[in-house]
Design a protein around this ligand. Structure first.
Ligand SMILES: Cc1ncc(COP(=O)(O)O)c(C=O)c1O
Length: 343
């Protein structure tokens, strides 16, 4: 039993996905995305999103975010995002590197942007020559482990559209948002007003593959050029697409996300009587305040989790993934219960 709650990225890849990569390792195939697996991934995404989409398999979420955003803003643009957004805090300015644009962080409880806050931020940006408002980037599920409903997304996108801004979604945990809301993928993306989605797979069972799902066909040629020029169009694309095809087949992506959400809910319920929880647990992440002695004792027993100081002193992040077991969760809950009762 592993005791590793640091991130969904610490988990292995799902056997279905590894098998698909091995199966793709046969014979010759057209390179740079001209292979039949890549074609099938696009077809499957058209079904899942109930519309015509263009799909670009990509090696990482960071590249996926930055390149997706780069077609939604001119170099002098402002990209509004949550102050805790991964693009703002964790990507070393990749979105600015690829687009030239300036990120403008906006606050909001529970990791969520509110339409009024976005409208106010862009009104205030317009009073300056800081940059020209161009785009809003929304993360769903959020970095705080919360999830936007379809109605919340529509309101947010309406506010962006009213100001002529385009909308990007960081869907590193899009599957968790779909699983949590039960809404159709279309409702949580283009029908709400999203122009381009970075649709994660790596965190949810892939080896190393995510995809950019583009809902505005007219932007496809430019996005294709930017992806190629930045070196993010691997010649043996078949191995990325094999992962993505397996990920989307038989709803593996949703089954994984339902499992990780349910596992996190169980963890939260088990911890709640003993320690303070910091955010709603809508998806697969739990934030808990542990007294320092408790954190040290748990770590001494091999439990692993990250410090999450931006949510306050002694706050830690616990992530459940597709491979996190009930046994692991019960082990952590038992350890916390035992140590808190002894105090
Ligand atoms: C919300 C969010 N977006 C994007 C990423 C980037 O993914 P990657 O590290 O695979 O590039 C992460 C990874 O932690 C994330 O949590």
């Amino acid at each position: 039993v592993t005791r590793d709650f640091r991130s969904d990225n610490v988990l292995p890849a799902a056997p279905e996905i590894v098998d698909a990569v091995v199966r793709a390792n046969a014979g010759s195939m057209t390179s740079y995305g001209g292979d039949e697996l890549t074609v099938r991934v696009r077809e499957r995404c058209c079904e899942i999103f109930e519309t015509e989409v263009e799909v670009f398999p990509i090696l990482s979420g960071i590249a996926g975010n930055a390149l997706a955003i780069s077609v939604l803003t001119p170099p002098w643009g402002a990209v509004f995002c949550h102050a805790e957004a991964h693009i703002e805090r964790e990507e070393l300015g990749a979105a600015s590197f690829y687009s030239g644009a300036k990120l403008v962080p906006v606050g909001g409880a529970g990791g969520k942007l509110q339409p009024e806050a976005v409208t106010a931020a862009l009104a205030s940006a317009r009073k300056t020559d800081m940059a020209v408002p161009a785009c809003v980037s929304i993360t769903n599920a959020t970095e705080a482990g919360t999830v936007y409903s379809a109605a919340e997304l529509r309101a947010l996108c309406d506010a962006a559209r009213a100001a002529n801004l385009r909308v990007h979604m960081d869907g590193a945990r899009f599957a968790n948002a779909v699983a949590a809301t039960g809404a159709a993928p279309a409702e949580l993306s283009w029908r709400a007003g999203v122009d381009v989605l970075t649709f994660g797979a790596t965190k949810n069972g892939a080896m190393t593959a995510d995809m950019i799902v583009l809902f505005r066909k007219e932007l496809a040629p430019e996005l294709g050029i930017r992806i190629h020029r930045s070196g993010h169009r691997p010649s043996k694309m078949r191995f990325l697409s094999a992962q993505l095809e397996a990920y989307l087949k038989d709803d593996l992506w949703l089954r994984h996300a339902r499992h990780s959400n349910a596992t996190a809910a169980r963890l939260a319920a088990g911890l709640a009587p003993h320690v303070e929880l910091l955010q709603r647990v809508d998806a697969n992440i739990v934030f808990a305040r542990f007294p320092p002695a408790l954190a040290a004792a748990l770590r001494g027993e091999g439990f692993q989790f990250f410090d999450w100081g931006i949510f306050g002193e002694d706050v830690y992040r616990l992530v459940c993934g597709f491979a996190t077991t009930e046994e692991e969760v019960e082990g952590l809950v038992e350890a916390v219960r035992g140590k808190m009762n002894k105090r």
